[in-house]
Design a protein around this ligand. Structure first.
Ligand SMILES: [Zn+2]
Ligand SMILES: [Zn+2]
Length: 285
């Protein structure tokens, strides 16, 4: 165990919440989506099998909540085989170091996210000037310095398989972050999209609070490459998922998911891309 692990120097608790906070939804018998304040974590694995994986690690200072949700579902002192990160933004790695210390399990991420997880590179500053509401305006308080997992983080296998998640493949879906990934299982067309697209307008405090369901592109204040984001959504829509869980917002399935994703692809520039903001490429519009 590397005792040099640390969060970035701007790491802190973020006082924001939603009506979904603390609530878990069993989307499939082996997929639990649980909301930590304003972000989702996913427990993948059948509770009878005792073999499972945690996808993403919530907000800063949420380790105790994540451990109790895990033990409630899989039994006292249970621990995942691994932690998989869709990307390294603060709201997806918030508890990762505490969890690695507590569980002593490996963390996997895409090669291009590793610099943000090993203290080498900061994400670009969030953009408070982007078209959007209060969450966008609050974004300068969000941590953007890299955390350092030392040698506890590893690259995902190049063949697309996901350690300890049989049947799932990881798909590179950059744009929101360079090494952003989504996870897809062919058998039942289940998709863990991360922030490649989300089901709530994450820039608006009121919508985040009420968790009003609405297809949306990736959270705007942290998205720096809109052309890549669009390609990623096209890639995910082409998989024809039947159920999707996302980093923010409620799970979506069936006809609503199909039509919403089609709409997002067809109207990406109107729905997802902000009208203004420092990462908006003018010639996209
Ligand atoms: Zn993100
Ligand atoms: Zn997020």
């Amino acid at each position: 165990m590397d005792k040099e692990m640390n969060y970035g120097s701007d790491y802190k608790y973020i006082p924001t919440t939603s009506i979904g906070s603390g609530i878990g939804i069993e989307v499939l018998p082996d997929l639990l989506c649980h909301t930590v304040q304003i972000v989702n974590i996913h427990l993948v694995g059948n509770p009878d099998m005792k073999e499972f994986v945690l996808v993403d690690t919530g907000m800063p200072e949420s380790a105790n909540e994540i451990i109790s949700v895990t033990e409630e579902r899989f039994g006292a002192n249970s621990r995942p085989k691994a932690i998989i990160l869709t990307h390294g933004h603060f709201d997806h790695v918030g508890a990762v170091i505490d969890l690695v210390k507590h569980w002593e399990v490996p963390v996997y991420a895409h090669k291009l996210e590793i610099p943000f997880l090993t203290g080498q590179k900061s994400y670009p500053e969030p953009d408070p000037t982007v078209e959007g509401g209060m969450v966008a305006k609050m974004s300068p308080m969000f941590p953007n310095e890299p955390i350092d997992l030392g040698n506890n983080v590893q690259m995902l296998p190049f063949d697309g398989t996901v350690p300890h998640m049989p049947g799932f493949k990881w798909i590179h879906t950059p744009g929101h972050a360079p090494g952003h990934i989504s996870l897809f299982r062919e058998k039942d067309r289940a998709l863990i999209a991360g922030d490649a697209f989300v089901t709530v307008k994450q820039e608006y405090l009121y919508k985040v609070f009420t968790q009003e369901q609405e297809i949306s592109g990736p959270p705007r204040y942290l998205t720096t490459d809109w052309e890549a984001s669009k390609e990623s959504v096209i890639k995910l829509e082409a998989l024809k998922p039947t159920v999707a869980v996302t980093g923010h917002g409620l799970p979506m399935s069936g006809e609503l998911l199909t039509t919403s994703l089609k709409k997002l692809v067809n109207q990406f520039d109107q729905i997802a891309v902000p009208d203004y903001g420092k990462y908006v490429n003018k010639h996209m519009q």
